[in-house]
Design a binder for this molecule. Structure first.
Ligand code: G3P
Ligand code: MG
Length: 341
Protein backbone atom coordinates (compact mmCIF):
# COMPACT_ATOMS: atom_id res chain seq x y z
CA UNK A 1 0.00 0.00 0.00
CA UNK A 2 2.73 2.40 0.94
CA UNK A 3 4.43 1.79 -2.36
CA UNK A 4 1.15 2.27 -4.33
CA UNK A 5 0.43 5.50 -2.45
CA UNK A 6 3.96 6.55 -3.03
CA UNK A 7 3.74 5.64 -6.69
CA UNK A 8 0.53 7.72 -6.95
CA UNK A 9 2.14 10.69 -5.17
CA UNK A 10 5.18 10.55 -7.32
CA UNK A 11 3.36 9.79 -10.54
CA UNK A 12 2.87 13.56 -10.57
CA UNK A 13 6.54 13.58 -11.59
CA UNK A 14 7.58 15.32 -8.37
CA UNK A 15 10.73 13.37 -7.44
CA UNK A 16 10.75 12.35 -3.75
CA UNK A 17 14.39 13.23 -3.31
CA UNK A 18 17.48 14.43 -5.14
CA UNK A 19 21.06 13.20 -4.98
CA UNK A 20 24.37 15.03 -4.76
CA UNK A 21 27.24 12.70 -5.68
CA UNK A 22 30.87 13.04 -4.80
CA UNK A 23 33.03 11.73 -7.67
CA UNK A 24 36.46 10.43 -6.62
CA UNK A 25 36.04 7.34 -4.47
CA UNK A 26 32.28 7.14 -5.13
CA UNK A 27 31.76 7.05 -8.92
CA UNK A 28 35.35 6.72 -10.17
CA UNK A 29 38.83 5.95 -8.89
CA UNK A 30 41.47 7.61 -11.04
CA UNK A 31 40.72 6.61 -14.66
CA UNK A 32 38.52 3.68 -13.58
CA UNK A 33 34.72 3.77 -13.18
CA UNK A 34 33.49 2.01 -10.01
CA UNK A 35 31.14 -0.71 -11.40
CA UNK A 36 28.35 0.10 -8.91
CA UNK A 37 28.28 3.70 -10.23
CA UNK A 38 26.63 2.84 -13.55
CA UNK A 39 23.99 0.72 -11.80
CA UNK A 40 23.30 3.53 -9.31
CA UNK A 41 22.85 6.16 -12.03
CA UNK A 42 20.65 3.75 -14.03
CA UNK A 43 18.30 3.61 -11.00
CA UNK A 44 18.10 7.41 -10.95
CA UNK A 45 17.59 7.63 -14.71
CA UNK A 46 14.30 5.69 -14.31
CA UNK A 47 15.36 2.06 -14.00
CA UNK A 48 13.59 1.67 -10.62
CA UNK A 49 10.38 -0.01 -9.49
CA UNK A 50 8.49 3.34 -9.60
CA UNK A 51 9.69 4.07 -13.11
CA UNK A 52 10.47 7.70 -12.21
CA UNK A 53 13.62 9.72 -12.89
CA UNK A 54 15.31 11.07 -9.76
CA UNK A 55 17.41 14.23 -10.21
CA UNK A 56 21.09 14.37 -9.25
CA UNK A 57 24.12 16.60 -9.50
CA UNK A 58 27.84 15.93 -9.03
CA UNK A 59 29.84 17.91 -6.44
CA UNK A 60 33.59 17.28 -6.51
CA UNK A 61 36.69 18.82 -4.94
CA UNK A 62 38.40 17.85 -8.17
CA UNK A 63 38.91 20.13 -11.17
CA UNK A 64 41.79 21.48 -13.25
CA UNK A 65 39.83 21.49 -16.51
CA UNK A 66 36.74 23.29 -17.82
CA UNK A 67 33.30 22.11 -16.64
CA UNK A 68 32.14 21.33 -20.19
CA UNK A 69 35.28 19.27 -20.90
CA UNK A 70 34.93 17.28 -17.64
CA UNK A 71 31.21 16.66 -18.25
CA UNK A 72 32.01 15.33 -21.72
CA UNK A 73 34.54 12.92 -20.17
CA UNK A 74 32.18 11.86 -17.35
CA UNK A 75 29.34 11.23 -19.84
CA UNK A 76 31.61 8.84 -21.74
CA UNK A 77 32.87 7.16 -18.54
CA UNK A 78 29.49 6.79 -16.77
CA UNK A 79 27.29 6.11 -19.80
CA UNK A 80 24.72 8.78 -18.89
CA UNK A 81 24.66 12.43 -19.99
CA UNK A 82 26.25 14.66 -17.35
CA UNK A 83 25.45 18.30 -18.17
CA UNK A 84 27.39 21.33 -16.89
CA UNK A 85 24.12 22.38 -15.18
CA UNK A 86 24.49 19.35 -12.89
CA UNK A 87 28.23 19.55 -12.29
CA UNK A 88 30.20 21.53 -9.68
CA UNK A 89 33.95 21.22 -9.24
CA UNK A 90 36.29 22.76 -6.68
CA UNK A 91 36.80 26.06 -8.53
CA UNK A 92 33.39 26.52 -10.22
CA UNK A 93 32.53 28.93 -7.40
CA UNK A 94 35.40 31.21 -8.55
CA UNK A 95 33.25 32.26 -11.55
CA UNK A 96 31.64 34.68 -9.10
CA UNK A 97 35.08 36.20 -8.37
CA UNK A 98 36.05 37.10 -11.93
CA UNK A 99 34.48 40.60 -11.98
CA UNK A 100 36.33 41.53 -8.77
CA UNK A 101 39.70 40.62 -10.31
CA UNK A 102 38.91 41.59 -13.94
CA UNK A 103 41.59 44.32 -13.98
CA UNK A 104 44.06 42.62 -11.64
CA UNK A 105 47.02 40.35 -12.37
CA UNK A 106 46.25 36.94 -10.83
CA UNK A 107 48.40 33.84 -10.45
CA UNK A 108 46.55 30.54 -10.86
CA UNK A 109 47.97 27.29 -9.49
CA UNK A 110 47.23 23.61 -10.09
CA UNK A 111 46.34 21.36 -12.97
CA UNK A 112 48.43 20.43 -16.00
CA UNK A 113 50.51 23.04 -17.86
CA UNK A 114 48.29 26.11 -18.50
CA UNK A 115 44.90 24.38 -18.64
CA UNK A 116 43.82 26.23 -15.51
CA UNK A 117 44.70 29.55 -17.18
CA UNK A 118 42.20 28.68 -19.91
CA UNK A 119 39.58 27.81 -17.27
CA UNK A 120 40.20 31.10 -15.42
CA UNK A 121 40.00 33.11 -18.67
CA UNK A 122 36.77 31.26 -19.47
CA UNK A 123 35.42 32.48 -16.11
CA UNK A 124 36.25 36.08 -17.09
CA UNK A 125 39.65 36.66 -15.44
CA UNK A 126 41.65 38.81 -17.84
CA UNK A 127 45.30 38.81 -16.69
CA UNK A 128 46.09 35.25 -15.69
CA UNK A 129 49.59 33.87 -15.06
CA UNK A 130 51.06 30.51 -14.04
CA UNK A 131 54.20 29.61 -12.12
CA UNK A 132 55.56 28.20 -15.41
CA UNK A 133 55.30 31.72 -16.89
CA UNK A 134 57.40 32.95 -13.95
CA UNK A 135 60.01 30.23 -14.47
CA UNK A 136 60.14 30.96 -18.22
CA UNK A 137 60.69 34.67 -17.41
CA UNK A 138 63.62 33.96 -15.07
CA UNK A 139 64.71 30.31 -14.54
CA UNK A 140 66.83 31.35 -11.55
CA UNK A 141 63.55 31.93 -9.65
CA UNK A 142 63.76 28.20 -8.93
CA UNK A 143 67.11 26.75 -10.12
CA UNK A 144 66.11 23.14 -9.40
CA UNK A 145 63.66 22.83 -12.28
CA UNK A 146 64.15 22.87 -16.03
CA UNK A 147 61.02 23.55 -18.08
CA UNK A 148 60.01 20.65 -20.30
CA UNK A 149 59.24 21.55 -23.93
CA UNK A 150 55.49 21.27 -23.18
CA UNK A 151 55.87 23.56 -20.15
CA UNK A 152 57.87 26.11 -22.16
CA UNK A 153 55.27 25.95 -24.93
CA UNK A 154 52.47 26.57 -22.40
CA UNK A 155 54.23 29.61 -20.85
CA UNK A 156 53.35 33.27 -21.60
CA UNK A 157 56.24 35.76 -22.02
CA UNK A 158 55.81 38.29 -19.20
CA UNK A 159 58.18 40.67 -17.37
CA UNK A 160 57.18 39.97 -13.77
CA UNK A 161 59.35 42.81 -12.50
CA UNK A 162 56.66 45.06 -14.04
CA UNK A 163 53.64 42.87 -13.28
CA UNK A 164 52.28 43.25 -9.74
CA UNK A 165 50.31 40.13 -8.77
CA UNK A 166 47.25 40.86 -6.60
CA UNK A 167 45.95 37.37 -5.91
CA UNK A 168 46.94 33.71 -6.00
CA UNK A 169 44.10 31.28 -6.76
CA UNK A 170 44.82 27.59 -6.17
CA UNK A 171 42.28 26.10 -8.59
CA UNK A 172 43.45 22.50 -8.46
CA UNK A 173 46.21 20.26 -7.06
CA UNK A 174 49.65 21.77 -7.87
CA UNK A 175 52.02 19.56 -9.86
CA UNK A 176 55.32 21.18 -8.80
CA UNK A 177 54.96 21.96 -5.10
CA UNK A 178 58.48 23.32 -4.66
CA UNK A 179 58.24 25.78 -7.57
CA UNK A 180 54.72 26.83 -6.54
CA UNK A 181 55.59 27.30 -2.85
CA UNK A 182 58.66 29.36 -3.79
CA UNK A 183 56.64 31.68 -6.03
CA UNK A 184 53.75 32.01 -3.58
CA UNK A 185 56.29 33.13 -0.95
CA UNK A 186 57.93 35.53 -3.44
CA UNK A 187 54.61 37.19 -4.30
CA UNK A 188 53.53 37.61 -0.68
CA UNK A 189 56.90 38.68 0.73
CA UNK A 190 57.64 41.14 -2.10
CA UNK A 191 54.25 42.86 -2.17
CA UNK A 192 53.26 41.21 -5.46
CA UNK A 193 56.44 41.96 -7.47
CA UNK A 194 58.34 38.66 -7.83
CA UNK A 195 62.04 39.30 -7.10
CA UNK A 196 61.31 42.78 -5.78
CA UNK A 197 62.43 44.06 -2.37
CA UNK A 198 60.71 42.46 0.60
CA UNK A 199 57.87 44.82 1.51
CA UNK A 200 54.20 44.69 2.43
CA UNK A 201 51.74 45.10 -0.45
CA UNK A 202 49.47 48.19 -0.35
CA UNK A 203 46.58 45.73 -0.49
CA UNK A 204 47.27 42.26 1.04
CA UNK A 205 47.76 39.59 -1.63
CA UNK A 206 44.57 37.47 -1.67
CA UNK A 207 45.21 33.74 -1.36
CA UNK A 208 42.33 31.38 -2.22
CA UNK A 209 42.34 27.58 -2.00
CA UNK A 210 39.51 25.61 -3.66
CA UNK A 211 39.90 22.16 -2.13
CA UNK A 212 40.87 21.39 1.50
CA UNK A 213 41.24 17.62 0.96
CA UNK A 214 44.29 16.35 2.80
CA UNK A 215 43.63 12.98 1.13
CA UNK A 216 41.61 11.69 -1.80
CA UNK A 217 41.03 8.31 -3.45
CA UNK A 218 42.52 7.62 -6.83
CA UNK A 219 43.19 4.13 -8.22
CA UNK A 220 46.31 3.56 -6.05
CA UNK A 221 45.84 1.11 -3.17
CA UNK A 222 46.10 3.93 -0.56
CA UNK A 223 44.60 7.44 -0.52
CA UNK A 224 46.73 10.18 -2.14
CA UNK A 225 47.73 13.64 -0.83
CA UNK A 226 45.36 16.34 -2.07
CA UNK A 227 45.35 20.13 -2.36
CA UNK A 228 44.93 20.38 1.42
CA UNK A 229 48.36 18.76 1.83
CA UNK A 230 49.86 21.38 -0.52
CA UNK A 231 48.28 24.10 1.63
CA UNK A 232 49.86 22.56 4.77
CA UNK A 233 53.26 22.45 3.06
CA UNK A 234 53.04 26.06 1.90
CA UNK A 235 51.89 27.32 5.33
CA UNK A 236 54.69 25.37 7.08
CA UNK A 237 57.33 27.00 4.84
CA UNK A 238 55.75 30.46 5.13
CA UNK A 239 55.59 30.14 8.94
CA UNK A 240 59.25 29.05 9.06
CA UNK A 241 60.10 32.21 7.07
CA UNK A 242 57.87 34.69 8.89
CA UNK A 243 56.76 33.17 12.20
CA UNK A 244 53.09 32.95 11.23
CA UNK A 245 50.80 31.37 8.66
CA UNK A 246 49.41 33.49 5.81
CA UNK A 247 45.65 34.28 5.88
CA UNK A 248 43.64 32.65 3.09
CA UNK A 249 40.09 31.96 1.88
CA UNK A 250 39.03 28.32 1.61
CA UNK A 251 36.41 26.92 -0.78
CA UNK A 252 35.46 23.34 -1.61
CA UNK A 253 33.71 20.68 0.49
CA UNK A 254 33.06 20.99 3.50
CA UNK A 255 32.91 24.83 3.39
CA UNK A 256 29.48 26.40 3.82
CA UNK A 257 30.03 28.59 0.75
CA UNK A 258 30.44 25.54 -1.48
CA UNK A 259 27.37 23.77 -0.10
CA UNK A 260 25.22 26.88 -0.46
CA UNK A 261 26.55 27.25 -4.01
CA UNK A 262 25.68 23.58 -4.63
CA UNK A 263 22.11 24.11 -3.36
CA UNK A 264 21.68 26.97 -5.85
CA UNK A 265 23.00 24.79 -8.69
CA UNK A 266 20.73 21.88 -7.65
CA UNK A 267 17.68 24.20 -7.50
CA UNK A 268 18.49 25.58 -10.96
CA UNK A 269 19.04 22.09 -12.37
CA UNK A 270 15.74 20.87 -10.92
CA UNK A 271 14.06 24.00 -12.29
CA UNK A 272 15.23 22.93 -15.74
CA UNK A 273 13.51 19.56 -15.04
CA UNK A 274 10.26 21.38 -14.27
CA UNK A 275 10.55 21.21 -10.48
CA UNK A 276 9.54 24.50 -8.84
CA UNK A 277 9.68 25.28 -5.14
CA UNK A 278 11.53 23.97 -2.11
CA UNK A 279 14.18 21.30 -2.65
CA UNK A 280 13.11 17.74 -1.76
CA UNK A 281 15.33 15.88 0.75
CA UNK A 282 18.88 15.71 -0.60
CA UNK A 283 20.89 12.49 -0.41
CA UNK A 284 24.66 13.17 -0.40
CA UNK A 285 26.67 10.10 -1.42
CA UNK A 286 30.31 10.47 -0.43
CA UNK A 287 33.59 8.81 0.57
CA UNK A 288 35.59 11.29 2.65
CA UNK A 289 34.42 11.90 6.24
CA UNK A 290 36.56 15.04 6.75
CA UNK A 291 35.29 16.93 3.71
CA UNK A 292 32.07 15.29 2.52
CA UNK A 293 30.29 14.18 5.72
CA UNK A 294 31.33 17.32 7.60
CA UNK A 295 29.83 19.36 4.75
CA UNK A 296 26.63 17.30 4.54
CA UNK A 297 26.04 17.45 8.30
CA UNK A 298 26.57 21.23 8.36
CA UNK A 299 24.24 21.63 5.35
CA UNK A 300 21.59 19.41 6.95
CA UNK A 301 21.78 16.87 4.09
CA UNK A 302 21.36 13.16 4.88
CA UNK A 303 24.62 11.46 3.90
CA UNK A 304 25.60 8.00 2.72
CA UNK A 305 29.23 7.09 3.36
CA UNK A 306 30.44 4.45 0.87
CA UNK A 307 33.37 2.11 1.45
CA UNK A 308 35.00 2.52 -1.99
CA UNK A 309 36.92 5.74 -1.29
CA UNK A 310 39.06 7.43 1.33
CA UNK A 311 37.23 5.94 4.33
CA UNK A 312 37.79 2.27 5.09
CA UNK A 313 35.80 0.45 7.85
CA UNK A 314 39.03 -1.26 9.03
CA UNK A 315 40.10 2.22 10.25
CA UNK A 316 37.34 2.14 12.86
CA UNK A 317 34.35 4.53 13.00
CA UNK A 318 34.48 7.57 10.68
CA UNK A 319 35.56 10.88 12.22
CA UNK A 320 32.17 12.38 11.21
CA UNK A 321 28.87 10.50 11.58
CA UNK A 322 27.01 9.86 8.30
CA UNK A 323 23.29 9.10 8.11
CA UNK A 324 24.06 5.67 6.66
CA UNK A 325 27.01 3.57 5.52
CA UNK A 326 26.94 1.39 2.40
CA UNK A 327 29.43 -0.86 0.66
CA UNK A 328 29.09 1.14 -2.56
CA UNK A 329 27.09 3.84 -4.30
CA UNK A 330 24.48 1.41 -5.69
CA UNK A 331 23.64 0.10 -2.20
CA UNK A 332 23.60 3.69 -0.90
CA UNK A 333 21.22 4.93 -3.63
CA UNK A 334 18.91 1.94 -3.14
CA UNK A 335 18.76 2.58 0.61
CA UNK A 336 18.05 6.29 0.13
CA UNK A 337 15.28 5.67 -2.45
CA UNK A 338 13.59 3.03 -0.31
CA UNK A 339 13.86 5.33 2.72
CA UNK A 340 12.06 8.15 0.90
CA UNK A 341 9.54 6.21 -1.15
O1 G3P B 1 41.36 16.36 -6.36
C1 G3P B 1 40.15 15.67 -6.16
C2 G3P B 1 40.04 15.16 -4.76
O2 G3P B 1 40.52 16.08 -3.83
C3 G3P B 1 38.67 14.71 -4.31
O3 G3P B 1 37.68 14.79 -5.24
O4 G3P B 1 35.47 14.02 -6.10
O5 G3P B 1 36.33 13.06 -3.95
O6 G3P B 1 35.56 15.45 -4.02
P1 G3P B 1 36.16 14.30 -4.80
MG1 MG C 1 35.60 11.65 -2.90
Amino acid sequence: LTKCRTLHEHSSGRPPLAFVFDIDGVLIRGPKVIPAAKRALAMLEGNNEWGIKIPYILLTNGGGVGEEYRCHRLTKQLGFEIRPSQYIQAHTILKTFAPKFADEHVLVLGGKLDRVREVAEGYGFKNVYTTLDVHAWNPSVWPFHELTSDERHSAKLVDFSQTPISAALVFHDPRNWSLDIQILCDIILSGGIIGGPYRAAEKPIELIFCNPDLLWRSDFSRPRLGQGAFKEAFQAVYKALTGSEYPYIQYGKPTEATYRFAEKVLKAHMGQLGWKGKLPPVGHTIDNPESDIAGANAAGWPSVLVHTGVYEPSQGPPSQRPTYEADDVEAGVRWAIEREM
